[in-house]
Design a protein around this ligand. Sequence first.
Ligand code: FES
Ligand SMILES: [Fe+2]
Length: 377
Amino acid sequence: MTVEPETIEVRSIETGSNPTRYARGWHCLGLAKTFHDGKPHQIKVFGTDLVVFEDSKGALHVLDAFCRHMGGNLARGEIKGDTIACPFHDWRWGGDGRCAEVPYARRTPKIARTKSWINMERNGLLFVWNDPQGNPPPADVTIPGIPDYGTDTWSEWTWNTFHVTGSNCREIVDNVVDMAHFFYVHFQMPQYFKNVFEGHIAAQHMRSTGRDDIKTGVQLDLPDSQTISDAMYYGPSFMLDTVYTVAGDVTVETKLVNCHYPVTQDSFVLQFGTIVKKVDGVGDEEAAAMATMFTEGVETQFKQDVEIWKHKTRIENPLLTEEDGPVYQLRRWYSQFFVDVEDVTPEMVQRFEFEVDTSRALENWQREVDETMALRG
Ligand code: FES
Ligand SMILES: [Fe+2]
């Protein structure tokens, strides 16, 4: 039986609206070393402005950027001892948010406080904790350390930053379940694809090969190489991915970070970086070349995502096939970060697993790739 097109209702896109608050969780502001340069740094994040500065002992502090005296911008000021000094009237603010000194005044308003943000350095990265309710992070909600990070087992972080405007950061998170876009946007062939959500962690386990017709470097241009990727979102915005690229008897281990922080509800800063483990039997030069090739490949792939996000619409009611993965369940997991802790429901945090059957997709994709290759001769 054929269905006449006019009897089928046209589907409408519900765009919904951006959230009214910013996610509770750890947000990575970038490489820690960029903040250890003796200068204050202004960060536009969570719809506000923060200042990051280093005290005389080398500890980093994060405060609201605008001075509680007359609104001067502390990020334009100077670090003096353990305080940040406002450029307007030199009020000195300590890392705890207390006013430490007003040099021209007889009496310093010692009970005056500005907002100090909880921060943490881990794996060479700086994180700030956001909680609209003002609670500190629970002990189990943290960013895991990378074993042997900081030793010469690993190369230095490569780090890339993009400012994406006209898009809410949920778009990036949707990627976690999106098996099919790996072929079209990232030029990968996902052989195996599974998601597990539990508590504040959302995982994506993928085994993939490259496309014969489009090379990006992620497969290191080694023939028959396979990529084993286990990526975890620790909270709403920080993904740490362990990637093994296996080609013959060479295995390269990479840690890939994909993280973001919201600037406003319709713009965000996207950051990604990689470190590569030194491989036995592979010389330093070759290892560095591999790291560069991998990183450039990842960069190409990220830019592809950014192009999609910049031009797509927000969609609350995506129309899905079985191969599209658990988009709605992922968004339910993500919603836990946008409600008060006491309103987090069991459905948002209970364990959920889903494996996408990639067999039909792979059959069709292989045919498509073969046809392209045949045309090239
Ligand atoms: S505005 Fe900062 S010291 Fe006056
Ligand atoms: Fe993507």
